[in-house]
Design a protein. Structure first.
Length: 320
């Protein structure tokens, strides 16, 4: 008798759990050494899907297939998107997410070095189609794709898991599906799809990246507002756009240069002859920010320099 290596069976599941056991029994009858069954399914919000999963769990207690009396592990893989488990495939984006997940699953299974038996019989037709398209790229000549044929009369008898195992006279059999193995014939094509898979981020990675971008955008901005308010004498506020200029007296050369850079103009200044431009004798040096023109909306001051500050009012003394 020919010795066959340990292999894995991959199948899609909907509301008919008997499809999994029918296909597994047929593969075991062919002499295949199945050690693991991978079931791909949508979110168990549908009562039929939830019942099918519960029915399969009873067939594989503690990693043991009771019907064949041999250790076979059942692994359930629920398809997900960024919002969580997928209840159904409703648009093109969801279909592409399913295809990427199936590509990742097949790559992980192929990395274990076991031949794969892909069964296209259960669940949504679109699930089976996406699994077949992924198999064309990632399966080798040691792998097989199967379709499960069930006579119509027996199909009604076994519906919804009423019969989990078929007898030889029931007419249930596997049909091998011929398919092109593009990934095995053209390795560059498989590498291209792997690069596309590497560009897909998991929900946790995408959320973490968005959080990092948000922190980088907000924290420096708040620091800039605090430095700007401290340097220009604005009142601190929880709302930066609510800051209003107030009179400010520069007392050093650095503050005078900062005033000139931000367009601060003097209202009164001590002149060499003690007379100001308005003809009065000032008692102190007073400065303020230029006011916007009448009828023009007031804009919040910019913390990034003088590029977005109001223009300097003409008539300011030189040297500032």
């Amino acid at each position: 008798m020919e010795h066959r290596p340990a292999s894995t069976m991959i199948a899609t599941l909907g509301g008919q759990p008997q499809v999994i056991t029918f296909a597994l029994d047929a593969l075991l009858g062919r002499g295949e050494q199945i050690v693991e069954v991978v079931v791909l399914h949508l979110a168990p919000q549908d009562p039929r899907t939830r019942h099918a999963l519960e029915r399969l769990d009873r067939e594989f207690p503690n990693g043991f297939y009771a019907h064949a009396r041999r250790p076979i592990r059942l692994r359930r893989v629920m398809l997900k998107d960024l919002r969580g488990p997928m209840p159904d495939i409703t648009d093109e984006h969801a279909a592409d997410v399913v295809r990427m997940q199936m590509m990742e699953i097949l790559q992980a299974e192929k990395a274990q070095g076991r031949p794969l038996h892909v069964v296209l019989a259960g669940g949504r037709r679109l699930l089976a189609l996406m699994l077949f398209l992924t198999a064309v790229v990632h399966l080798d000549y040691a792998d097989r794709v199967w379709h499960l044929y069930t006579p119509r009369a027996f199909l009604e008898v076994a519906r919804d898991g009423q019969r989990m195992h078929a007898r030889p006279e029931d007419g249930v059999r596997l049909i091998e599906v011929p398919f092109p193995r593009w990934g095995a014939d053209f390795p560059a094509f498989r590498q291209l799809t792997s690069l596309q898979l590497g560009q897909i981020e998991s929900p946790a990675d995408r959320i973490g990246r968005c959080r990092q971008v948000w922190e980088r955008l907000t924290r420096p901005s708040a620091a800039c507002w605090r430095r700007s308010c401290a340097a220009n004498g604005w009142r601190r506020s929880r709302r930066p756009w609510a800051c209003r200029p107030r009179p400010w007296t520069p007392t050093s050369k650095r503050s005078r240069r900062s005033a000139a850079r931000h367009g601060v103009c003097p209202l009164t200044i001590v002149s060499p002859i003690g007379i100001c431009g308005n003809g009065s004798a000032p008692s102190r040096r007073s400065w303020t920010f230029p006011q916007p023109d009448e009828g023009r909306d007031r804009k919040p001051p910019s913390p990034w320099g003088s590029a977005l500050m109001p223009p300097r009012v003409s008539g300011a003394p030189p040297g500032f």
